[in-house]
Design a protein around this ligand. Structure first.
Ligand SMILES: NC(=O)c1ccc[n+]([C@@H]2O[C@H](COP(=O)([O-])OP(=O)(O)OC[C@H]3O[C@@H](n4cnc5c(N)ncnc54)[C@H](O)[C@@H]3O)[C@@H](O)[C@H]2O)c1
Length: 253
């Protein structure tokens, strides 16, 4: 059913985890995919995985916290593939600290990537999408925005902002045939979550605590989140906009 033939998809944070699996899935369903990530190699690895399966993709390295880079990212996407149909904002960072502990620098760092980066990429993407009659934007928020995650104040706030922004953008751009939705994952086994476990005092205990918090009794695989991303961006969900989907194994319940 899902068919993205002729569509061009731009995915920020596509070098790992949810962004990478979404990129692979879009490509398997016919899309040309532009992968962005901040690191030097991981985005190219995603491209290689796509090409090995016969798909079409390129990598553009850069930091979505940089407004000028976001403009270039969209421009280079259009240079390479002629248009932009779907934007997935998956780049995101997590920093610890409650409001009494977290420094102003850390607040600025997290909001620059998780919120301003989404503003910037969306702004330039929308300008392109309107030239071709419409498009689709999917933000990766987090189930964390629905409940209190201990010691993650600025991350939780950033993801709450993204859900609110999803609704504002959906209202603002519906008349331009641009749908905007958010996917809110529960804990998903990606490089950043693995790093969090491995750098804790007791990785097994922390992993068990995460699992216990999810009524479904396990953590998500990135592909399980990617299926939701691809579905909400597809024509099959053409009546869906401004929604925030909890794909979270029940953790927010
Ligand atoms: N893994 C989870 O448990 C989980 C749960 C809920 C929400 N999320 C969200 O899902 C999204 C993806 O996270 P993940 O865990 O799948 O991946 P990850 O954290 O393992 O990898 C993130 C990717 O984003 C890229 N990135 C980071 N900062 C960037 C920047 N400034 N500019 C461009 N790229 C940048 C990295 O290079 C990497 O490719 C994030 O927004 C995250 O907050 C993750």
């Amino acid at each position: 059913m899902l068919d993205f033939t002729g569509k061009v998809v731009l995915i920020t944070g596509g070098g790992a985890g949810i962004g990478r699996e979404s990129a692979i899935l879009f490509a398997q369903h016919g899309a040309k995919v532009v992968i962005n990530s901040v690191g030097p190699t991981s985005g190219q690895e995603t491209v290689n995985l796509i090409r090995q399966k016969g798909g079409e993709a390129i990598f553009i390295r850069g930091d979505v916290a940089n407004n000028a880079f976001c403009k270039q990212l969209v421009e280079k996407t259009v240079e390479a593939y002629g248009r932009l149909d779907i934007l997935v904002n998956s780049a995101g960072i997590v920093r610890p600290g409650n409001v009494c502990e977290v420094s102003e620098e850390t607040i600025d760092e997290v909001l620059a990537v998780n919120v301003k980066g989404v503003f910037f990429t969306s702004k330039y993407a929308i300008e392109e999408m309107t030239k071709t009659g419409g498009g689709n934007i999917v933000h990766i928020a987090s189930a964390a925005c629905m409940y209190g995650v201990k010691n993650r104040s600025v991350y939780t706030a950033s993801k709450g902002a993204i859900v609110a922004l999803t609704k504002a953008m959906a209202v603002d751009h519906a008349h331009q045939h641009i749908r905007v939705n958010a996917i809110c994952p529960g804990a998903t086994i990606t490089p950043s979550l693995e790093e969090r476990f491995q750098t804790s005092a007791d990785p097994d205990a922390l992993r068990a605590q995460f699992v216990a918090n999810h009524p479904i009794g396990r953590l998500a695989e990135p592909i399980e989140i990617a299926y939701s991303v691809v579905f909400v961006a597809s024509d099959e969900s053409a009546f869906t906009t401004g929604a925030a989907f909890m794909i979270d194994g029940g953790v927010s319940l």
